[in-house]
Design a protein around this ligand. Structure first.
Ligand SMILES: [Zn+2]
Length: 340
């Protein structure tokens, strides 16, 4: 059993050896809890009916604290039986050592390691293998294995906060679906979370949400909830909607969602994915320019040695610019408005 005041997350971060892993126990309300390993815990209600399988991950980047605090609270409320889950739920707190030093990662960006690689050369690679193993075990013990996204009741929100300010403070990346249809109910849910901007990714990546969407037919999303702040400095008021909707998602059998036509969604297609190829890579706009700032057609956005990257369309906007990434990794995305 876990006893307060030391939370599951605190123990995972500061005394992981005190956690008995692969340890199952039952709460008074019949929920089976399993501590899979440090930072990974599941809840399974006694009676599920037509239930969802929900994966909530946070802290895949260690300094993105707001989602970690939100999930920490949900886990503690479930453990203390203040709340009761109606669905199978797994919580993953991703990069525990990076949280402890307030950094995005120790050696490597964990959110670029969700692929078939079995490498274990550094802490992040080892953690990625551990997460992939636990996620597989979680989904493979589902009572129904979905044959496609269309019928899937599996949900994965990988919760992040962005490095820079954003004109659209909250936004979600919809991973590449390989031609499968976008799920409208998910857009309604995200809108109810005050996440009204959606980026449609148009290619495979090595992010966590793409990985579960591809391999386990989840409705998976990378959800960006605002700007990075240190632990304890987040204004939790600005997360009211997302906290409320995640709580409802877990505790309610069915959700009441706003009609799609009432959701004011801004939907963007990813236009260019620009990787850093050399040490000469440079961005040609100011450091403090917010995400989703649009540019005139033909504007020079970046250079990489002799290569020039320019906007291809009027109003093409920048997202996630970061010239400090490792060689071969994404340094900039551009997006253009679209409909689905
Ligand atoms: Zn992140």
């Amino acid at each position: 059993m876990l006893t307060n005041p030391i939370s599951f997350l605190e123990r995972s971060r500061f005394s992981p050896e005190s956690l008995q892993t692969n340890n199952k126990f039952q709460l008074n309300n019949g929920t089976t809890v399993e501590i899979c390993c440090p930072g990974i815990i599941t809840f399974e209600p006694a009676f599920m009916g037509v239930a969802k399988t929900i994966l909530l991950s946070s802290g895949v980047h260690g300094n993105e604290t707001a989602p970690i605090e939100i999930c920490d609270k949900l886990v503690e409320d479930l453990l203390s039986e203040k709340k009761q889950s109606n669905h199978r739920v797994m919580f993953i707190f991703g990069n525990l050592p990076a949280m402890n030093i307030g950094e995005r990662f120790i050696e490597e960006n964990l959110n670029r390691l969700f692929n078939d690689s079995l490498s274990t050369d550094n802490q992040e690679q080892i953690r990625a293998q551990e997460i992939k193993r636990e996620v597989k075990r979680f989904f493979n013990t589902d009572s129904v294995v979905p044959s496609s996204h269309a019928v899937s009741k599996r949900i994965h929100y990988d919760l992040h906060t962005a490095i820079r300010e954003s004109k659209n403070e909250k936004f979600a990346v919809y991973p590449y679906l390989h031609g499968h249809e976008y799920n409208k109910q998910q857009l309604q849910f995200l809108s109810a979370c005050a996440v009204n901007t959606i980026l449609l990714s148009q290619s495979p990546t090595s992010t966590f949400s793409y990985y579960t969407s591809l391999n386990y037919c989840t409705h998976g999303f990378t959800v960006e909830l605002g700007k990075v702040k240190p632990f304890g400095e987040n204004n939790m008021q600005s997360f009211t909607h997302v906290i409320d909707m995640l709580t409802q998602l877990i505790t309610q059998k069915e959700l009441v969602l706003p009609a799609l036509k009432e959701c004011q969604m801004d939907i963007y297609d990813v236009k260019q994915v620009i990787d850093k190829r050399s040490a000469d890579f440079a961005l040609h706009f100011a450091d403090n320019i917010p995400n989703f700032t649009g540019f005139k057609k033909g504007t020079l956005l970046a250079t990489d040695g002799d290569i020039e990257y320019r906007t291809l369309e009027e109003g093409e906007a920048i997202v996630f610019p970061n010239s400090n990434v490792a060689l071969g990794q994404r340094a900039l995305l551009t997006v253009v408005p679209c409909d689905i």
